[in-house]
Structures are given as C-alpha cells and as structure tokens.
Design a protein around this ligand. Structure first.
Ligand code: BT5
Length: 319
C-alpha cells in the first residue's frame, strides 16, 4: 500500500492530491491514508500536507526500499517481483534460494548491504551499507549454456546507458564484466546459472555498483571509484535502479527476438579494450595481443604477436 500511495503522489507531478482521492483510488479509509503518509515520512520522504489541498511529494527518501522501487515500475514490467533486504550475505544467495522456492523469471533481489558480496572465482565484492546498488536479477531465458555469457554483456550495456542518462557520466565497458569511470572500476557483473547439459534453467545476473562511496578500503582504493566521486554529487540509487531495469527490459526483449547481433553494436559503443594491446589471463594461461573485438557470440577475439587468433570465452583482461 505504501508503494501505491507513493505512486499516486508521484503521478500528480508536484501537485497536491487530496486524501479523499487517495482513499477512493485505493479503497481505504482516510485514516489509513494518513497512516501510510506518516509511515512514508518516517522512511525519509518529505510530504507536505495542506488543508483543503491534500498531499504533495516534496522529496524522496535516500533510503532504498521495495515500495520506492515498486511504485516506479510499470505494471507490465519484465521485473515484477522485488525482494528487498536491509542486509544479506549476498543477493546471489538469496536469488538462488528464491529460485529453489519457485521464483519466476523477472524477480529482482536488492540489498542495502552485503556482508559477503562476491565477485568471480570466489573473489570478494565490497558492498557497504547505504552506499551502493547490490542487486541480482533472476531470469529464465530459453538460451543455451554457450549463449549465457552474452547476458553479462547485455547487462553491461544496460548499466552504462542508465549511468549516462541518470548521472550524465560516460562509462566504459571492459570485457567481460567491468564498468569503468575515469579508468577505475565502478561496477562489476557476476552471471551465475543453473543448467542442464543443453539448456539453461535459470540465470542470476548480479550487478554491483559503487554509487555514493567517498572512500574505499586500501586494497581497492587505487582501482575503484564511485559515481558520486566522478560526478561530484550524490546519486539517487532508486532512480538508477529503475533506469537499469528499464534499459535491461527493452534490451532483453530485443535480444530474445533478434539475438546477440542486436546487442553487439550497442556494446561496442562503450567498449574500451577494442583495438588495444591487452593481456588476457584465462584458466589456460596468459595471452598478450590486440583485442580485435567480440564476435557474434560475444566471445573476445585476440590476435597475438605472431598473428594467431584466439577466442577467449572467459577471463580477466588488463589494458
Ligand atoms: C566482479 O567480479 O566484478 C563481479 C562483482 C559482482 C557483485 C554483485 S553485487 C550483487 C551480487 N551479489 C554478489 O554477491 N555479487 C554480485 P570480479 O571481476 O571477479 O572482480 C572482483 C574484484 O573487484 C575483487 O577481487 C577486487 O579487486 C575488486 N573489487 C571488490 N569490491 C569492489 C568494489 N566495490 N568496487 C570496485 N572493485 C571492487
């Protein structure tokens, strides 16, 4: 109900909406409307109340909440279910639990803090309270195991586009899963999946974004940055989450209809490694050469110093 009240306040666009109108739209008593307004205020929303006019949303809360996010997603959105948590070990684990309990495609797990956020290969992902976006998207696309890494690239496109429109900052994608601002990592993506030998059962796309941190632990201080640092002012996390989910929705629908060839040029627009000399560290060893681009499957093509072409399916690159 708080989400519904918020939605009405937002839809009226800076105008007043009467308590009577809210109560009739939501089929609840005026007293209940007042209780929801009070609860929203306690969450940090500034809502003006003027007799004979009603309520006006003056500013939104900086605190993340499921009602804030739900109230801003359209009813027919790909992401229908929001599972919000104040503190979790990892949103990936919660997403896995939800899948085991039957969660459907289009569920999003969001946390205000992760105590054991993780990156690839069991690396740590630093996810402090109140500062970032730590979320996992559950999807069940009908694609093969081989195609699944393409979703990491799709997610990177959604995040860079959302950062650009919400923060007016340009960010760059470093294959396969890093997003950099001013050469430093602002976002990491972790795609995990459950699959049969020939078919994906479910995919969990974990997205971690440094939004409002002003400092970092010494171990990553030289390689990490936040959007707030780059922009010089705080960024509203819920606004960015909504924009990412919106971007993700249309890209994902286009991907399912038209294939990865639709995503590839959008990815290339913001990719930094292409045409540059890189070192790729893979499970098979290290390779040095020029990153020629990605192919229609999303696989990185590297031409080594002897002119030999290598296909890199996963790994880390340094430029
Ligand atoms: C990643 O791994 O970049 C994937 C990160 C995915 C995090 C999200 S948050 C929501 C969801 N729930 C989770 O538990 N995880 C996902 P990788 O490419 O392996 O990079 C990991 C490395 O990035 C670490 O070894 C550090 O060097 C560095 N790092 C750790 N925390 C960072 C941060 N907050 N910002 C920038 N770099 C960081």
């Amino acid at each position: 109900m708080k989400a519904k009240v918020l939605k009405l306040l937002r839809e009226i666009n800076g105008q007043y909406i009467s308590g009577e109108k809210i109560s009739s739209e939501l089929s609840c008593s005026r007293t209940m409307v007042w209780k929801y307004i009070k609860a929203l205020r306690e969450d940090g929303y500034v809502i003006e109340a003027v007799s004979n006019k009603g309520y006006k949303l003056v500013s939104i809360s900086n605190h993340l909440s499921d009602h804030e996010i739900r109230s801003r997603l359209g009813n027919d959105h790909l992401f229908k279910e929001i599972s919000y948590h104040e503190e979790v070990e990892s949103t990936q684990n919660i997403a896995q639990k939800l899948i085991n309990q039957g969660a459907g495609s289009g569920t999003v797990v969001i946390a205000n803090e992760q105590t054991s956020g993780r990156g690839r290969l069991g690396r740590d992902w630093f996810s402090p309270k109140d500062k970032g976006i730590w979320m996992s998207l559950i999807l069940k696309p009908e694609i093969t195991l081989r195609e699944a890494p393409q979703l990491t690239l799709l997610a990177a496109v959604a995040v860079t586009r959302a950062i650009s429109s919400v923060c007016s900052i340009s960010s760059e994608i470093k294959w396969p899963n890093d997003i950099l601002v001013d050469g430093k990592k602002v976002c990491g993506i972790l795609t995990e999946m459950q699959a049969d030998p020939d078919r994906i059962k479910s995919v969990i796309i974990g997205i971690g974004i440094n939004v409002n941190q002003t400092d970092f632990p010494s171990s990553i201080a030289n390689i990490a940055t936040s959007l707030a640092k780059a922009r010089g002012e705080q960024v509203e996390r819920s606004e960015l989450i909504i924009q990412i989910l919106n971007e993700f929705q249309w890209l994902y629908e286009a991907y399912l209809a038209k294939g990865f060839s639709f995503i590839k040029p959008l990815w290339e627009v913001n990719a930094i490694s292409i045409g540059k000399k890189i070192v790729a560290t893979t499970a098979q060893g290290r390779l040095t050469g020029i990153a020629e681009g990605i192919n229609d499957e999303g696989v990185l093509i590297l031409r080594d110093d002897n002119g030999k072409v290598h296909h890199i399916y996963s790994g880390d690159i340094t430029i």
